[in-house]
Design a protein around this ligand. Structure first.
Ligand SMILES: [Ca+2]
Ligand SMILES: [Ca+2]
Length: 372
């Protein structure tokens, strides 16, 4: 069984399969499973309350059962990502994904899912925090903007009525007054009924404040990619090599012609409730698609040429050649707007960047935590 199958419940070893392969008498099988489940229960009692590195995976059939179970090593909605060495980047990806290079990161805990509206609401209620999009922009920060444009708001995806050049992203991104995390598409929109959807319209600064409040932090870009790959080596997708294993849609992305025609083949036009698609081998949901996720690092397209091999934390400053005047932070994982014709940003090696003071309707975050 390949590791890519670990996230597919249909591929877990089953008693019937083992029985037919080895032709064991029923009593022996019963004994094996009694021992297995007793060991499993004991293991869970030992493991669950503790922080620390996971046991190494075993390759036997029994080991697979245990490995799949230890992937469920969860505390307060966070999964343990064991320390490890992996190949970061891609040989065949975009220039900023090169060179493919070896990186080692220490173990850490990571939120199983993107932070949801419900979770962000708890934070906002507890702290009274007002997000960037809810504040009136300062005239000093935007000296060239006419005063009537200095109104709170955020950037919203608005599909253009017809075919447009993919070079001009202003054709589908609009600054909408009154858009913020409570009203993701503008003042008339609401998050009611979207409690389990990822929060959007949060800036890097908003995400930082939330993380601090939660006793967590944003992941480094290397931690994010290590977690997204789920222990798979150099695979194009977070679930493995095939785009549609078993003909299934594995992530909430965009099917059809971007940005005009979304066929919703995966069932979702916009964001989906977190965890609507299979988890990766580390038990993390939506590491491909749904919403982009803020990372702690500054973005530089050439960073991989010089990044340290151990726990890289990103460059000292941000640089986006397309907008050199605006330093950007890294976002990862792609979103419901990622199509193969346009960004393919849901690949685990794909890098993207965004202005840290700007919220968007396709960008959220999740947090990580170190071993205390
Ligand atoms: Ca979709
Ligand atoms: Ca995501």
């Amino acid at each position: 069984m390949g590791m890519s199958q670990l996230n597919n419940p249909d591929s877990l070893p089953r008693p019937s399969r083992r029985n037919s392969e080895h032709d064991l008498p029923p009593k022996t099988i019963a004994l094996i499973f009694a021992v297995m489940f007793a060991g499993l229960a004991f293991g869970m009692v030992l493991l669950l309350p503790h922080y620390g590195p996971r046991q190494p995976r075993h390759r036997s059939a029994l080991g697979h059962v245990l490995a799949v179970s230890s992937v469920g090593r969860e505390t307060n909605g966070m999964m343990w990502i064991p320390s490890g060495t992996f190949m970061m980047g891609s040989e065949s990806g975009k220039p900023d994904e090169k060179p493919l290079h070896e990186v080692t990161v220490n173990g850490f805990w990571m939120d199983k899912t993107e932070v949801t509206n419900e979770e962000f609401e708890k934070f906002a209620e507890a702290t009274g925090y007002v997000t960037v999009a809810e504040r009136k922009p300062n005239a000093e920060d935007f000296p060239s903007a006419p005063p009537e444009n200095l109104v709170p708001g955020s950037v919203v995806f608005m599909p253009p009525p017809g075919k447009v050049s993919l070079e001009n992203h202003y054709a589908w991104w609009k600054y909408i007054p009154g858009a913020n995390w409570r009203h993701p598409e503008g003042p008339d929109s609401t998050i009611t009924g979207r409690e389990k959807h990822p929060v959007v319209q949060v800036t890097w600064e908003d995400a930082q404040v939330y993380a601090q409040w939660a006793g967590k932090r944003l992941p480094s870009e290397a931690e994010w990619e290590r977690a997204a790959r789920g222990g798979l080596d150099r695979q194009p997708y977070v679930w493995g090599a095939e785009k549609h294993p078993g003909n299934k849609e594995m992530a909430n992305i965009w099917q059809g012609e971007f940005p005009t025609t979304n066929t919703r083949a995966d069932g979702f036009q916009g964001t989906a409730p977190v965890g609507s698609f299979p988890a990766n081998s580390f038990g993390l949901f939506d590491m491909a698609g749904n919403v982009w996720e803020w990372c702690a690092d500054w973005y530089r397209p050439d960073y991989y040429k010089e990044s340290p091999a151990l726990n890289p934390k990103g460059p000292e400053t941000g640089y986006d050649p397309d907008e050199p005047q605006i330093p950007k932070r890294v976002i990862r994982g792609g979103s419901y707007l990622c199509s193969d014709s346009y960004c393919s940003g849901y690949r685990p090696s794909a890098r993207m960047r965004a202005a840290p003071d700007t919220g968007m309707s396709h960008t959220g975050f999740r947090c990580v935590k170190d071993v205390p």
